[in-house]
Design a protein around this ligand. Sequence first.
Ligand code: HEM
Ligand SMILES: *[C@@H]1O[C@H](CO)[C@@H](O)[C@H](O)[C@H]1NC(C)=O
Ligand SMILES: *[C@@H]1O[C@H](CO)[C@@H](O)[C@H](O)[C@H]1NC(C)=O
Ligand SMILES: *[C@@H]1O[C@H](CO)[C@@H](O)[C@H](O)[C@H]1NC(C)=O
Ligand SMILES: *[C@@H]1O[C@H](CO)[C@@H](O)[C@H](O)[C@H]1NC(C)=O
Ligand SMILES: *[C@@H]1O[C@H](CO)[C@@H](O)[C@H](O)[C@H]1NC(C)=O
Ligand SMILES: *[C@@H]1O[C@H](CO)[C@@H](O)[C@H](O)[C@H]1NC(C)=O
Length: 564
Amino acid sequence: MLLFTILTLSLHFRSSLCDPDANNVYLAEKVLNIERLMLIPGTIDFQVATCAYTNLGPPPGESAYAGDQTAAQWVRTVFHDFVTANVTAGTGGLDASVGFESNRTENAGTVFGDINFIDQTIKGFNLFSSVFISTSDFIALGITEAVLSCDPNSPMIQLRAGRIDATAPGPSGVPGPTDGITSQLAAFARAGFTKAEMITAVACGHTIGGVHNGDFSQIVGTQATIGTDDIDTFDDTPFVFDNIGVKNYLAGTLKAGGPLVTTTDALARSDLGIFTSDSNATVTAMATSQTSFENACFPIFEKMINTVPGTNPLLSDPIGPRTFITMDSRLDLTSTGVLTYSGFFGTYGKTAAPSTVTYEYGTVGGGNTGTKHSDSGVLQSNIINSNAGVPGGATKFPFFGNVTYYNFSDPIYTPTTNSLIVEGGIYSEPINLDLFVVPSLSYQSGTSYLVRAAILTSLLSSSVIHLNATLYYPYGVTSYAYNVGYAQFTQPLSYFTKLGSYTIFSGTIITPAPEFSASSKGGGGSHIDVSLGTTLRSVKANAGATPGVNVFIPCSTSDFPNCP
Ligand code: HEM
Ligand SMILES: *[C@@H]1O[C@H](CO)[C@@H](O)[C@H](O)[C@H]1NC(C)=O
Ligand SMILES: *[C@@H]1O[C@H](CO)[C@@H](O)[C@H](O)[C@H]1NC(C)=O
Ligand SMILES: *[C@@H]1O[C@H](CO)[C@@H](O)[C@H](O)[C@H]1NC(C)=O
Ligand SMILES: *[C@@H]1O[C@H](CO)[C@@H](O)[C@H](O)[C@H]1NC(C)=O
Ligand SMILES: *[C@@H]1O[C@H](CO)[C@@H](O)[C@H](O)[C@H]1NC(C)=O
Ligand SMILES: *[C@@H]1O[C@H](CO)[C@@H](O)[C@H](O)[C@H]1NC(C)=O
């Protein structure tokens, strides 16, 4: 156990030393922001808060449409993205290229009556998109959330962060139901999967959802099985991630493996062809128990989401989420020039949360400024919990147990403060006292920002007459795809005033109009950091990204840029 801890710590340490990405984001920040999203009730979890159809209603702008199962779409999206990888060439994989490929015949699947399932999936992720979480990391996060929803008592699939998005379509090659076993095996082999791994992947995917008449009428005709839906499900428990499908396939009972085993179109019986390609050996082992099914499926899903292009930097260690993290934290200056650090911690669990969180501020050289306690914890109201209509009801959710938040706010008197250490080191984050966006002096009106940034006066030479502020803002990558990317726009800030040990610089940034707006793709939010030269850069201040706490104070358009 001790060895494991040391290993884990050293790996985290190594990650934090890795180079940042093109938007100056470190891997540790990507991990933290995914963890935060998991612990904000009503965000990413909410879209699959039922494994079933869209019981919680379709997303804004879409009409209810029978048979659409968000959790199943998220799982299927992973398959359609990763499987066109060529691992020998080091190309493709889980890189969100699928977003540019949704109108290919091999990616057929219409949801809500009018939108492709991949487009709808990415549009749903964009609501919470920021410079910290790539679309491909969202696709990977999606399958972990979907499986947690459909199999709430299982541990989470191991999720790693750090996928870099493709910006254009990749090669085609998603195997289809009528392609035949040789071609299907070749496609998986190109992506690095053995026959047994392919069989496992298909059996694991085809335990939720089913085949839609609207997409594959030659396979399912109109034999709808549930209500008026146009779907013929793979098994009788399409909303549960379980081994019922493979059990019934082997026994020939109930749905006997579903439409891709039993369809009258003999050429489209792809699951039958795949399962029998090793004389049913793989699915027989998976059918033994729910645990044997999960033990087969989770590593295969992990392999699917960890198949990334050869050019992708190393992915992170598996994401916990850690039991204590900061949900928000920021430096600020009071009107008398006192430096403060404040924010709130988040924790989660299925047992009672502690009444307060214990933490300390680390100082250069390994010391600390003494033990502190947060404010009392506040249990977060969980809208998911209260949804009595959800199958499984309140016993099933929230995914990570109850979430509790704890405020903290402290003056920072010691100039050697360099970190926040929470609960003895379960979580820690660096604190950069050199320079930061000053929340109490920074304002926003629409997409315009009045940025006030503080830099330690001791770091300034007389020749420095400006700092740079950089906005990281979302844009639609192409006209046709829903994928959003993040662009940079840098503006100089000029001398404003002195406050305490700091010199304040000020300037405005107006978000440039991108060629393709991100809001029409579902959303995306901005961040701003400040820099001096190439070595001094602040943490990124939230400039209206959802979820998260906007650092910029709202200011009316008429006051801007002369806000208070
Ligand atoms: C050769 C391999 C595969 C073939 C031929 C195949 C074929 C299909 C077909 C024809 C559908 C129906 C889609 C629709 O009606 O819109 C489907 C659905 C689905 N597939 Fe596969 N599939 C394969 C592998 C996989 C794998 C590896 C996964 C695992 C991630 C997976 C996950 C799913 C899911 C979750 C659905 C249900 C989607 C929904 O209900 O909306 N499939 N598959
Ligand atoms: C995968 O890439 C390798 C190396 O570039 C190439 O030789 C091979 O033909 C590719 N495989 C497929 C199935 O396209
Ligand atoms: C389909 O996607 C391609 C890119 O792969 C794009 O050029 C084309 O405009 C798209 N067509 C439609 C009808 O959306
Ligand atoms: C595999 O199982 C299916 C479904 O029970 C059965 O029809 C088939 O004969 C089996 N094939 C082999 C080779 O065991
Ligand atoms: C979790 O939250 C619910 C209210 O949403 C509460 O009734 C329950 O006691 C909490 N459980 C624990 C272990 O704190
Ligand atoms: C936590 O801090 C926020 C922001 O300062 C404040 O709005 C909120 O009321 C605080 N909550 C508690 C429980 O103190
Ligand atoms: C600000 O950025 C510009 C390039 O955008 C660079 O030339 C200049 O040196 C930077 N200034 C500072 C103070 O870092």
